[in-house]
Ligand binder design. Structure first.
Ligand code: CA
Length: 251
């Protein structure tokens, strides 16, 4: 137990001294509070007070270099120039996978889902405690560290579903299931980002490609087929969940 504690302390120390965090917040009081809290944890903290300069910093190789990248962005939604949601959407559209923690003044479910739909990794509503913010940051950095250190092409496992990417094979509750190529790619997409909400258009773009000419009903049909193959009870899905008004998520 002691050894484990020591190990996790060492890991924390290692992560916190290395991690570089960009804080994007236009309200000075909140920004200063966040910066102080993170610096106390030993992180390297940088800041921007509007969306455009945040984007410039993220795209500046002198500042966000491959061998010394930023590790996390804390992003307010209501910002001058470019707002946080647009910035987040743009980064994901570019294929930038940096962990993003969104801050919002509104607590409604719609905002939460919207934040995650644009590709944010986590979400915190103002007012928040500094302690919680730091804990969330630590969790995101740990997860990122884990992703970096996990070899690709591993078996992907979620509850009773195992996906073997190299063989395009899927095993559900111990039994092999046969999926069409589109069903397989859809499942692979979902399992690569558990709990992320995907809109039908995003799913089409990822699985069918941008030149797909059919309509978004195609997605619903494939989800229904997948549910029949994966779910114990397709009418009460536990894997492929409908997010009303937005699309679907996995798990
Ligand atoms: Ca703001």
């Amino acid at each position: 137990m002691l050894a484990l504690d020591l190990m996790s302390n060492t890991l924390d120390a290692e992560l916190s001294t290395k991690a570089r965090i960009l804080v994007v917040e236009d309200e000075e009081v909140i920004r200063e509070m966040i910066i102080m809290g993170l610096q106390e944890e030993g992180y390297d903290v940088f800041f921007a007070d509007n969306g455009r300069s945040a984007l410039n910093m993220l795209q500046n190789p002198e500042f966000n270099a491959p061998d010394m990248p930023l590790d996390l962005v804390i992003l307010d939604i209501m910002l001058p120039e470019v707002n946080g949601l647009d910035l987040c959407r743009f980064l994901r559209y570019q294929g930038n996978t940096i962990p993003i923690l969104i801050l919002s003044a509104k607590a409604s479910e719609t905002d939460r889902v919207l934040g995650l739909e644009v590709g944010a990794d986590d979400y915190l509503t103002k007012p928040f405690s500094l302690r919680e913010l730091v804990a969330r940051c630590r969790a995101l950095l740990r997860r990122q560290q884990f992703i970096k250190s996990t070899p690709p092409q591993m078996v992907r496992q979620f509850k009773d579903i195992s996906l073997f990417p190299e063989e395009c094979r899927v095993v559900v509750r111990g039994e092999e299931v046969s999926l069409s190529p589109k069903e397989y790619r859809l499942l692979e997409l979902f399992m690569s980002y558990p709990r992320r909400v995907w809109s039908r258009d995003q799913m089409i773009e990822q699985v069918w490609g941008a030149d797909f000419l059919g309509d978004t009903k195609t997605v619903d049909v494939h989800i229904r087929w997948l549910r029949e193959k994966l779910e114990l009870d397709p009418s009460q899905p536990e894997y492929l969940i409908t997010v009303r008004g937005f699309g679907y998520r996995f798990g």
